[in-house]
Every structure is written in C-alpha cells, then in structure tokens.
Design a protein around this ligand. Structure first.
Ligand SMILES: [Ca+2]
Ligand SMILES: [Ca+2]
Ligand SMILES: [Ca+2]
Length: 181
C-alpha cells in the first residue's frame, strides 16, 4: 500500500511538473494537432490565452471527423468555447485561427444572435444543448471552459518521444549508409 501511495505521489509530481494543473494535451493522429481544455473564462480571454500559452487558437472544427473526435475525447457534458465568431461583422462567421470555413454544426435555429431585445451572441459554444454536441452562439462575456488547438507542443511532456524519434532517425541514417556502401 505504501508503495502504491509513493508511486502515486511520484506520478503526480511528474505530471504536475510538466503539464498545467487540470488538463493534459492530447494529440489527434489524423492531423497531428494538439488539443487541451482551458479553465472557465470569457471568450476573449480564452482566445488570448490560447495564443499566449500555447501558440495556438481556440479550436477550429474543420470537418465532421474532427467534431466526432472532439466529442469522443472531451465528452458532451461540458460546454466549450470554440474559435468560431461573428464579432467583427454580425452574421459573418470566421475562425479565430483564420482558417477557411469547411464545416458547421449549428443546432437547429442557431445561430440566432440571442432572442431577447438587444441581445448579442457572437461566439460559438459546442455541447450547448443537453445530450448533443452541436453549436450555439452565445455572449462572449459569459465564462465557459474552452478547447485550444495547437501544432507546437510547448508544454507536452515529449522528451521521451523526441528521443525515440532521434534514435529512429539515427537508425534510418545507419540503414541508408549501409545501403549506400
Ligand atoms: Ca482543426
Ligand atoms: Ca452574432
Ligand atoms: Ca444563440
């Protein structure tokens, strides 16, 4: 029992040292991108943090496959901000990453820019409706968790993976050298 506890303490120590407190980046093999959950904050703060802490953006959902993977990975219990917004021009939706719009998954009747007079909903949430992973536009000053998508894993514990890649490349070099002799 003591050994188990010790191992747990060591594990927590290692994880705590190399990744943020409440989330671990995960990689989608299909595009090689990394994804991580951010704590609850306004859309603007979430996007700013995605850029400053990860060199990325709030997630751009490019196709149904990425949407399905996000749902499988992060579930539908929690609402998450994504990068889609019409903050600059009402009704003209763009991704904060600047990527082209190749897929949308709006809930029926959304985006509605809010229904009460004077409402303004310019930022998209996924998992907005119970039991569904589809999208709703919501006011950006509300605080929700969010998903970051990034390509350079500056806080992923990868030295081991990089080491393996290095060994692989060295191995490849040796094989090539042998062949050329
Ligand atoms: Ca994407
Ligand atoms: Ca709007
Ligand atoms: Ca809405």
């Amino acid at each position: 029992m003591k050994k188990v506890i010790l191992k747990l303490i060591i594990l927590v120590g290692i994880l705590g040292f190399s990744v943020p407190a409440n989330a671990v980046p995960v990689q989608w093999a299909t595009n090689g991108h990394w994804y991580e959950i951010q704590t609850s904050m306004t859309w603007n703060n979430a996007e700013a943090n995605a850029q400053s802490s990860y060199g990325g953006h709030l997630v751009t959902i490019n196709d149904a496959a990425e949407q399905s993977w996000l749902t499988a990975q992060f579930g539908i219990q929690e609402k998450f901000w994504i990068g889609f917004n019409d903050a600059a021009i009402e009704g003209t939706w763009v991704w904060s990453s600047g990527e082209a719009i190749t897929y949308t998954n709006w809930h029926t009747g959304e985006p509605n820019n809010g229904i009460v007079p004077g409402a303004n909903e310019d930022y998209a949430l996924i998992n907005a409706f119970s039991g569904l992973n589809d999208w709703n536009d919501a006011p950006g000053n509300l605080k929700f968790m969010s998903i970051v998508e990034f390509t350079v894993s500056n806080n992923v514990p990868e030295p081991a993976a990089l080491g393996l890649l290095g060994l692989g490349l060295i191995g490849l070099g040796l094989v090539r050298r042998r062949k050329s002799v």
